[in-house]
Design a protein around this ligand. Structure first.
Ligand SMILES: Nc1ncnc2c1ncn2[C@@H]1O[C@H](COP(=O)(O)OP(=O)(O)OP(=O)(O)O)[C@@H](O)[C@H]1O
Ligand SMILES: [Mg+2]
Length: 360
């Protein structure tokens, strides 16, 4: 087999296709003691150690699919190779094709130099295809061809190259439905679903909620230098009766918000905002706790501290925009300069992660 050229000297691609996991680093481990999570960890270990060339991770939004993908890489014999993340929904098909396969010099007007694609970057490692259901149909075909015979050409190239890559694909869409609607190729679907890991929704593992909540509390308390010890009993009760439409991410965000805006040592039930689907009023589905607005009327309440609110909004917008100041500015409805100025004032720095990550 002809291996691609050494990768060590190759700079990370500058295009937008590959990105580091946005928030998987809040916890590198799949936490939980529920039987479903114990079984999931066991399956991850088995699949990681297997020779499976493709793995599908299915689960609702925020359940931990990206975390599972990384664990599959870290626990495999490919751990010394790279874990490359591609979000199939975020990049136009033409750009994604070039990111995947790379190009030779002169392949198109701007292509002055040859560039290795992500398939080559991920050689001996793992390529994580997030939101595979969004992959453009023409690319689905090209991608399947590579999965089947392992060889490909750079755009504008004539050499057949080979790369040894494990594909881990994630979806929160029902791929079977997409196949029925002719938006996803049946042949690719059958190929992918041969080895499937299902990540259970949080409502099916309620017993993990306190453990996860305390984990996030510890994480954010350390990160934002706040003294929080634990959750108050009524806060735990509220978490236990919630059905978690946003799954673990929703829990994480709820705890993060409390740590940012409140003071410890206990997380109070009233401070928790749950059940917010994007755009929906908080707690529309929940057990009607005291809305945060009521706190805000308390003189001297933290929620009235403009500085703190501004910092919280800034951090949240930057996180949602994955560190992109222009995008954060759009989310906040201010100019990019304003965002930059406020970042400086609050001492907020965006941690730029390398686009293609070498494994730790
Ligand atoms: N079992 C778990 N233990 C610890 N942290 C978890 C667990 N599951 C999820 N998380 C955390 O919850 C957040 C959301 O997880 P992740 O990004 O992997 O979800 P996802 O399934 O990829 O969501 P989406 O479909 O919206 O992309 C991350 O910060 C992740 O670290
Ligand atoms: Mg994800």
């Amino acid at each position: 087999m002809k291996a691609p050229r050494p990768l060590a000297d190759r700079a990370a691609p500058t295009g937008g296709a590959a990105r580091a996991p946005a928030d998987a680093f809040v916890s590198p481990a799949i936490l939980g003691r529920s039987p479903v999570v114990v079984a999931l960890r066991r399956d991850v270990r088995r699949v990681a150690a297997s020779a499976a060339p493709t793995v599908l991770i299915a689960g609702e939004t925020g359940t931990g699919k990206e975390l599972v993908a990384r664990a599959l890489h870290d626990e495999s014999s490919r751990a010394a190779g790279r874990f490359v993340v591609v979000n199939c929904s975020a990049v136009p098909a033409t750009l994604l094709e070039e990111e995947f396969f790379g190009h030779e010099a002169g392949a198109f007007t701007d292509a002055r130099r040859a560039k290795a694609g992500l398939l080559e970057v991920a050689h001996a490692g793992t390529l994580f295809l997030d939101e595979i259901g969004e992959l453009d149909p023409t690319l689905q075909a090209k991608f399947l061809r590579f999965v089947e015979d392992g060889s490909f050409r750079r755009l504008g190239g004539t050499r057949d190259l080979r790369a040894d890559v494990r594909f881990v694909a994630a979806t929160n869409a029902d791929l079977e439905e997409l196949v029925a609607a002719r938006r996803f190729r049946a042949d690719l679907y059958y190929r992918l679903q041969a080895v499937t890991l299902r990540v259970p929704p949080l409502r099916e593992r309620q017993e993990d909620v306190p453990l996860l909540a305390r984990h996030f509390l510890e994480h954010y308390a350390a990160r934002f230098h706040k003294a929080f010890d634990d959750l108050a009993p009524d806060a735990l009760e509220r978490l236990a009766s919630h059905d978690w439409p946003g799954n673990v991410r929703e829990l994480r965000n709820a705890i993060e918000r409390v740590v940012l805006l409140e003071d410890g040592p206990l997380v109070r039930s009233e401070a928790l905002v749950l059940g917010g689907r994007p755009g929906a009023p908080p707690d529309a589905r929940g057990a009607a706790p005291t809305p945060p607005a009521e706190d805000a009327r308390r003189p001297g309440a933290d929620d009235l501290d403009l500085e703190r609110l501004e910092l919280a909004a800034l951090v949240r917008a930057l996180e949602r925009a994955r560190g992109n100041a222009s995008q954060a500015a759009r989310l906040l409805g201010v100019s990019r300069d304003t965002v930059r100025y406020r970042m400086k004032r609050h001492g907020v720095r965006v941690e730029t992660r390398v686009v293609v990550e070498p494994t730790r």
